[in-house]
Ligand binder design. Structure first.
Ligand code: IMP
Length: 461
């Protein structure tokens, strides 16, 4: 029987917690690492042999020799972006081949028209602040059961062709509708209207060209095609272990996230079980990662109750666009909103994932706020009652107000600290406070972007 052979690392906020570097670090201890959700909308950044590595679809175990990296069945695979990512890794000396990368034959493929429709919608009033990677459209095709997989590409090319023709039709219809709505929108300034119309015209006719390069890229990623369920079970049966590497985060989960401002996949531990194809007894540790100054890209301010509205403080916390720890989206370069730690959100995520180990990133950045930092301990509802666990609807949370505890920061540079007992007293008190509020042990705390810049709380206390 498979028992406790699968550990998972999952984000507890709205993405961008910096889980990539801990996933990369943990990955070295497992023969298999699996990305189980999302697609090219994700961006993980970590430092490997002193250089910054950005991954999107490929698990972060790819840098470790001998680790098999799997993209399992619930992921959305963008063939062109995957090839580019693999080539980019080769260029910096990280080999990627069918030996160390396996892509599920049943994962839904992102087709060019998914990306085009996503971008068309982002141009319109219905834009959702998506990453523009076609995720919601590939997701809706999957659940409409009209999607395309690598298995279809290999075994049913006629089906793929007809799906693509229908898809291109859909793009053209969306463009027509958008064109008319922009023409008829009296609220638009003329210069904006012209720009939008130009963007729409540029998109017309691109679909057919995109299709040819998609086909070529998909032909190439056949090298990675695998029944990941079978592969994983064979290895688990021999006693091997696996790290499930989450992309996005619980707060973006299609069901348990801050609806409707979510992504289109199952991000939680439940999603990991389903995508990998194991039952709950297979799960051992669940590492839940949160960033101490919280951040989010995309989405509205209403979905971020602890957002810092003082732009001066926010800018200090955000840092510089070019820095590895700068708060800018890794997939899109967009500036992130930043805010105070939100404990009601973390309580929800700890419960939904049954987190056994808490991992925090960016403790070193806390003093950027000034002499004090704030932590939202609970919300207060319209009825004046305290709310300990965040709701999963923007329409509910916007009626609540966060209540803060103010905690003193510290002046010392802690980026060189490796033991809990060497931290300044205020930093220790800050971590103790969070631990007591969440009731889960903290096991690792990041004090800088480099992989060795962390405190392992299990050995340091
Ligand atoms: P989509 O997943 O591209 O459709 O975007 C839906 C929402 O999820 C947007 O608010 C995105 O900014 C957000 N999102 C998707 N992937 C990530 C991620 O990896 N990190 C942070 N936010 C993400």
């Amino acid at each position: 029987m498979i028992e406790r052979q699968v550990d998972a690392i999952i984000g507890l906020q709205m993405g961008d917690e910096g889980k990539g570097r801990f996933a990369h670090q943990l990955a070295a201890n497992y023969p298999m690492v699996a990305r189980f959700n999302g697609g090219a909308n994700a961006g993980h950044t970590f430092s490997h042999n002193g250089r910054e590595v950005n991954t999107h679809q490929i698990p972060s175990g790819i840098t470790h020799e001998g680790v098999v990296n799997l993209i399992t069945i619930s992921s959305y695979v963008d063939p062109k972006a995957l090839l580019e990512e693999a080539n980019g890794l080769w260029e910096i000396g990280i080999p990627v081949s069918g030996r160390n990368l396996k892509v599920s034959d049943g994962a839904n493929l992102v087709l060019p028209h998914h990306i085009m429709r996503d971008n068309i919608r982002e141009l319109s009033k219905d834009g959702q602040g998506s990453t523009g990677r076609g995720i919601s459209f590939v997701g809706s095709d999957k659940y409409e059961r009209i999607g395309v997989t690598l298995n279809d590409f290999i075994n049913d090319p006629q089906l793929v062709k007809s799906r693509v023709i229908e898809g291109i039709d859909g793009v053209n219809r969306s463009l027509d509708e958008l064109f008319v709505s922009v023409m008829e929108d009296d609220d638009l300034e003329d210069s904006n209207r012209e720009q939008l119309l130009e963007n729409i015209c540029n998109a017309v006719g691109v679909a057919n060209l995109e299709w040819a390069s998609w086909k070529e890229a998909t032909g190439e990623i056949r090298a990675y095609e695998t029944d990941t369920f079978e592969f994983i079970h064979e290895a688990l049966g021999k006693g091997q272990t696996l790290l499930a590497e989450g992309a996005q985060s619980s707060g973006l989960d299609i069901e348990h996230g801050m609806r409707p401002e979510t992504t289109s996949s199952h991000v939680t531990i439940g999603g990991a079980l389903s995508s990998i194809g194991v039952g709950p007894r297979a799960i051992g540790e669940v590492y839940g990662v949160a960033k101490l100054p919280k951040s989010r890209v995309g989405g509205t301010p209403e979905s971020f109750p602890t957002r810092i509205t003082d732009e001066e403080i926010a800018a200090r916390i955000r840092g510089n666009a070019g820095d590895i720890d700068g708060e800018y989206g890794k997939s899109t370069g967009r500036e992130r909103m930043v805010g105070w730690l939100d404990l009601p959100e973390l309580r929800r995520s700890v419960l939904v994932n049954e987190v056994t180990q808490l991992v925090f990133t960016k403790l070193d950045c806390i003093p950027r706020a000034g002499d004090y930092t704030q932590v939202a301990t609970h919300f207060v509802g319209e009825d004046g009652q305290p709310v300990e666990i965040a709701p999963n609807f923007v329409s509910k949370v916007r009626k609540m107000k966060p209540e803060y505890e103010q905690l003193p920061t510290w002046e010392e540079d802690i980026s060189g600290v490796r033991r809990f007992d060497e931290l300044p007293e205020n930093a220790k008190a800050y971590l103790e406070f969070i631990k007591s509020q969440l009731g889960v042990e903290i096991t690792m705390v990041g004090v800088g972007p480099e992989s060795e810049q962390f405190i392992d709380m299990r050995v340091a206390t």
